[in-house]
Design a protein around this ligand. Structure first.
Ligand SMILES: NC(=O)c1ccc[n+]([C@@H]2O[C@H](COP(=O)([O-])OP(=O)(O)OC[C@H]3O[C@@H](n4cnc5c(N)ncnc54)[C@H](O)[C@@H]3O)[C@@H](O)[C@H]2O)c1
Length: 296
């Protein structure tokens, strides 16, 4: 199939392109160069609707990953976040419509749920986002569903839960802790460390995406790994142990961090039964194994 991947130069996009390139015709669309040599790349901004429309001609599937991400950017620049994640998604959908693209796979996020009432979180639970990013992603989802209904474009919406792995920016907790631990530098936990998370290795995330190429039409899926939930404090201790680190673990009050307590989600674990049943998705990488892939 001819597949275009927006944000293909990013963390998930690079790993996804590597997985798919041997079996499909891949084009990476991004505003920064691709890290993969043998895959086609076109420099393109999500907000350049004319160029998007031109480059998407003849594609079967668009995997839409490009977005404003990260707490610092999305909290400090709400309008940029909303514009890129909502208008950018609408531009992609409009280009899909014009070019008769058959399916869009949209990267959403666990952030759309906000502070969940039930754990584990099911796709049918009510979205209650509490961040600019969460609001932008749930709006993107609604646009995808609206275009699908009006213009018969198939979709899969994937709500990723805490992806991690080699190549992820150090501004994300897993990479930050691992590299601090290796350097025996102080590991700083934001808040009391009781935030509960289920981390999912990048290879399981991209496998989940690839399953949607021929399954899961017009459905929303949680994509994550619910087998080993950990608190952030437990994560820091586990990483110290695996890396044989002498790092000290300290705690920083939320008031002194980029993410204030009011926008920090305390419990986040996915129910992945739907993805298991419909896609045959099953995460395989254990937390211990996954942590080692970051530095080995
Ligand atoms: N990594 C996670 O844990 C996680 C969790 C939930 C959802 N997601 C979603 O998955 C997607 C990919 O995330 P990631 O971790 O690979 O992020 P990333 O930041 O590594 O990659 C995003 C890519 O989008 C590109 N991009 C940004 N603005 C652009 C623009 N205006 N035009 C064109 N390209 C632009 C960036 O250059 C980057 O290469 C995002 O939509 C993100 O919201 C990721």
């Amino acid at each position: 199939m001819k597949i275009a991947i927006t944000g293909g130069s990013g963390f998930i996009g690079t790993n996804l392109s590597s997985l798919l390139k041997s079996q499909h015709d891949i084009l990476i669309l991004d505003r920064i160069p691709s890290k993969i040599q043998d895959v086609d790349f076109t420099e393109c901004d999500l907000l350049d609707s004319k160029k998007l429309s031109d480059v998407l001609e003849g594609f079967d599937i668009v995997i839409h990953l490009a977005a404003a991400v990260g707490v610092k950017l999305t909290e400090e620049e709400p309008l940029h976040t909303l514009n890129l994640n909502i208008q950018g998604t609408q531009n992609i959908l409009e280009s899909c419509k014009k070019n008769h693209v058959k399916k869009i796979i949209f990267a959403s996020s666990s952030e759309i749920y906000g502070e969940a009432i039930h754990i584990p979180i099911k796709e049918t639970d009510t979205p209650m986002p509490i961040t600019n990013y969460g609001v932008s992603k749930i709006t993107g989802e609604e646009y995808v569903k609206a275009y699908s209904k009006a213009h018969s474009i198939k979709y899969s919406i994937l709500r990723f839960f805490n992806a991690y792995g080699p190549g992820q920016s150090n501004s994300f907790v897993m990479s930050e802790f691992v590299f601090k631990a290796i350097a025996n530098k102080t590991i700083t936990i934001h808040g009391n460390g009781e935030q509960l998370r289920a981390f999912c290795h990048i290879s399981d995330i991209v496998n989940g995406i690839s399953l949607c190429l021929d399954k899961g039409d017009n459905e929303i899926f949680n994509i994550g790994n619910n087998t080993e939930p950990v608190t952030i404090f437990e994560l820091a201790k586990t990483i110290k142990k695996i890396t044989n680190s002498k790092s000290e673990i300290t705690f920083l009050p939320f008031e002194d961090t980029e993410r204030k307590r009011t926008s920090e989600i305390m419990k986040r674990i996915p129910d992945i039964t739907k993805a298991q049943n419909i896609l045959g998705y099953n995460p395989r990488i254990s937390l211990n194994e996954g942590i080692k892939t970051i530095f080995q």
